[in-house]
Write a protein that binds this ligand. Sequence first.
Ligand code: PHE
Length: 583
Amino acid sequence: KLRIEFQKNVHDFLRQNNKIEDLASAFPIYATNTELYHPALQSLQSKAIVTVEVKSTTKMTISKEGESCLAAGHTPEGEVMDIVMKGPIQKTVLLAPAPNAPQATDKKGKKVQDPRTVAFFALTKQKLIETDADGNVVVGSSLKQADGTTKPFEDTIFLALQQFAKGEDVKPELVKELTKKNYIEKQIIKSVVLAKGTAFDTFTTEEQVLLTNQMLLTDEWKTHTFKEKNFTVPADLPKWGKLHPLQEMRSHFRRVFLRLGFTEMFTRRYVESSFWNFDTLFQAQSHPCRDIQDTFFVASPTYTMPDQVLDAPCSLHPSLPAQPKNELERYYMGLDLPEELIPRIQQVHEGGGDVCSDSLGYRYKWNRAEASKVILRTHTTAMSTRTLSTLNEGLKRVWRKNPSSQSPERPLAHPPIHGEACLSHSLLNDAHSARFFSIDRVYRNETVDKTHLAEFHQLEGFVVGRGLNVAHLIGTITHFFAEVGMTQFKFQPTYNPYTEPSMEMHAYHPILKKFIEIGNSGIFREEVMVPLGIDKDVRAIAWGFGLERPSMLQCDVSEIGALFGGKVDEEWVRESVMKIPHK
Ligand code: PHE
């Protein structure tokens, strides 16, 4: 009621006067109970009935020092002059603090000299007083007249202050003086200025009734008056959807891969067997990364079982069947170990064997149970070996036909690429290779920090063909990163059980102002390739990198948690802009 009353009064006032220069003085109730009336004002403003503008003006007012001067009837200078004019006085007496006088302090509460002492020095400087050899303070030379009499002293500052207090005009130089002495001070005064808004005429004091379904059903609506709708008022634009930067980055990378002729690998499995995740990648069963500290082991099922399939429909790819339709799908989806590969992998781990006679293996007893442990995949490289293992027949058939031919047939799964500009060593124009990629989620039992999460996304890629070498790897990766505007990065040698040589990729982070590791790469070892049925002279250059790190570079965030996980700010997602030029 009070608010509506207030709104009505404001409206009436505006109708007559067009403008309210200062809401607080026109409506003192607003100033005394802003909390109550402000929402009413806001509502008027939001309906464009009024426009609200906050104006700040400055005004000179008398300060605390000024007030005490006025009360005393003189400035400290005036006081000192009064005393001295009456006759010589000992300096010590003159400057002795008045009994019980409070210690003078400035605005910040810091101790300062007594005003009388300050006045004493100022007056001495102006030769209005002087101190003789006996320590007596007497009238100074500038007040002495030729005839030996003394000119009277005028406390001009005090008079100006009095004038100011009465609201009379004060000479500008005296205003300056008063400000300098802190007798008057600037005050910022905020005033709320109201004017008619574009919807001023639509104002109504009737209480708004919300039309409900019930009212329509029971005819109750007939008893209410509803506020007339104004369909011409521009509405606030709704907040529209926006892809998460990570999703944008993922689609971008995906497009780049597809354009470069890569085939997307099947990655619909977060739960993987140790066999594919580690053993096929020539990681010894005693390797520390197979430790509970680095890897999440699944409690149930702990071990792969012959008929185990992932039977939950995939939310990301709902078009894919929950149940495998044929042998190939079953093979892809199932956790069951591929019996035909097991002896080959075992041989390679134990000592190279016939499968890989150039290798000494790790020379330990390979354990099938260890390989059947079920885990959350720690990298999508598990998908690469799965994919490689399905290529063998195709590759063998195609490449064996005419191994020395300049233009061997290619497996149909990998269409040729057309007209991409490539770096000299980039393989991406070479139609004689098969290339695969995936972008999907992986899990690591890691301590979460600025650049690490326990759950993140990996971009995986490999190119398989004859005669591939490190130059191809560097060229291909450089080419790929140029596609996302990342040119400041470098390679550094590292160790992976499954690649030789191996290289880390580091990219420059503009906020962290240093190179951060974004991925890892290498050439798959013979111990990986040959057991999977790939010919000995066929090489695969491979790499894996996080999706989060390049995305961090793209949207200038320095913490991975700002990008992915529970702490992501929705507003930030809405406003984030990728720097990459989208092709
Ligand atoms: N799997 C590696 C990782 O998780 C990346 C990688 C893939 C390295 C392929 C070399 C070859 O970091």
